[in-house]
Design a protein around this ligand. Structure first.
Ligand code: NAD
Length: 369
């Protein structure tokens, strides 16, 4: 029995009950909106790349409980552009080496870590040590051990930690969780979850294992894994998997595509796929005893479309997943309430993703419980 297996089993043994349903209890009921605070919490973004630029900073202009007040970047030219665009004073601009100085800055309460996966622990731990609450993008890190280091550092600093699982705040996904957990169509039998795209620039960090931790599974397959877990409300008992690398030059470091199957204790099977080599894989479909429900497209920032076999799906008004995620975290901090997306949730996914890789490499079914 290898150490990885023991760790996973020990972890799941101690956390099965909690993992089975608790993280979504709050999600299902929703968080009561408290009145807007006298002072919004200040958020500093660490990493001013694509996600920060196109999603998070714009979302921070819509939030009620937090606002963009600081920047952490290794590129001074970016800081110049951002500070002009978002009216950030020079005293609130940091780099990855002087983040500890944030401890003296009353304008910043939260650091949102949006750097490559393999740097999350470094940046999250620095932020926590500087006294900041931390929102860490998914995947939480590249290994369970790194995730645990993040959890430990935030605990030691008495700071809150959440993982950027934006779909926990999307009403379409919450509706699917309700349909699944309340067994509106009876017991779940088969969950099909798939998300993937064709990746561009061959030099980007996503293709470098040290920075990414893996390929499409770590990047977007994680959404399919999450969906299977939160719809069933259970932790998988076992996993099997198969991976393909048809372009061994571009994908020399990571998998190109991977398909995996999860078996849940309640009887449901999840069949999941992800890829970096074709566009349009974006669907969640659930077959239960008396009908089915689906989202297609399922995982984007907007435009999610739902359907159910009885034709009764109600469309939800557009919303900003990132604004909802950040306001929720800010309210958790202000009200001293636990987050629905704690570090332990990120750690669980990393443990299962490591088992998926192990299953693909060994061609064996890996038991998780
Ligand atoms: P990106 O490459 O566009 O941005 C990464 C940023 O990190 C850049 O500003 C880059 O300069 C900075 N950086 C700091 N040190 C670096 C280094 N050593 N190498 C490379 N870049 C370095 O990536 P992104 O798409 O913004 O993704 C950032 C994080 O956000 C990742 O963890 C990713 O998984 C996550 N993400 C989440 C979602 C979501 O929907 N929640 C979507 C996209 C990305």
């Amino acid at each position: 029995m290898n150490t990885q297996f023991q760790t996973r089993r020990e972890f799941l043994k101690t956390s099965t009950l909690a993992a089975a349903s608790l993280p979504f209890v709050g999600t299902l009921t929703g968080r009561a909106q408290t009145s807007a605070p006298a002072k919004k919490l200040g958020v500093a973004l660490a990493g001013l790349g694509s996600l920060s630029t196109h999603q998070i900073a714009p979302a921070l202009q819509k939030t009620s409980f937090c606002q963009l007040t600081g920047l952490i970047t290794g590129t001074p030219a970016k800081a110049e552009r951002w500070k002009a665009q978002y009216n950030i004073p020079d005293k609130n601009i940091y780099n990855y080496d002087n983040m500890d100085k944030m401890a003296d800055n009353p304008d910043i309460d939260v650091v949102y870590v949006v750097t490559p996966n393999g740097l999350h622990a470094e940046h999250t731990i620095k932020a926590a040590k500087a006294g900041m609450h931390v929102l860490c993008e998914k995947p939480m890190e590249v290994s369970p051990e790194k995730c645990q280091q993040i959890i430990d550092a935030c605990k030691a600093a008495n700071r809150m930690l959440a993982v950027g699982y934006r779909l926990h705040f999307d009403p379409n996904h919450l509706e699917c969780v309700r349909l699944g957990r309340e067994k509106v169509f009876g017991n779940l039998n088969l969950i099909q979850a798939e998300y993937g795209f064709r990746i561009g620039d061959p030099k980007q960090w996503r293709l470098n294992r040290t920075l990414s931790g893996g390929g499409p599974l770590m990047d977007v397959g994680i959404y399919a894994l999450q969906a299977a877990r939160y719809l069933s409300g259970e932790e998988p008992a076992s996993v099997s998997a198969v991976a393909a690398n048809n372009d061994p030059v571009k994908f020399k470091d990571i998998e190109e595509s991977i398909a995996w199957q999860l078996k849940f204790p309640g009887g449901a099977i999840a069949s999941c796929n992800t890829t970096y080599n074709f566009n349009g894989l974006d669907r969640l479909r659930v077959f239960a005893d008396r009908g089915w429900f689906e989202l297609a497209p399922a995982y984007g920032y907007g435009g999610i479309q739902g359907k159910r076999s009885d034709g009764k799906w109600t469309a939800f008004p557009p919303m900003d997943q990132f604004a909802a995620e950040m306001d929720d975290f800010a309210q958790c901090i202000l009200n001293k309430q636990p987050t629905k997306v704690p570090g332990e949730e990120g750690l669980r996914d990393l443990k299962i993703m490591m088992a998926i890789y192990e299953a693909a490499q060994s061609s064996k079914t890996i038991r998780l419980t």
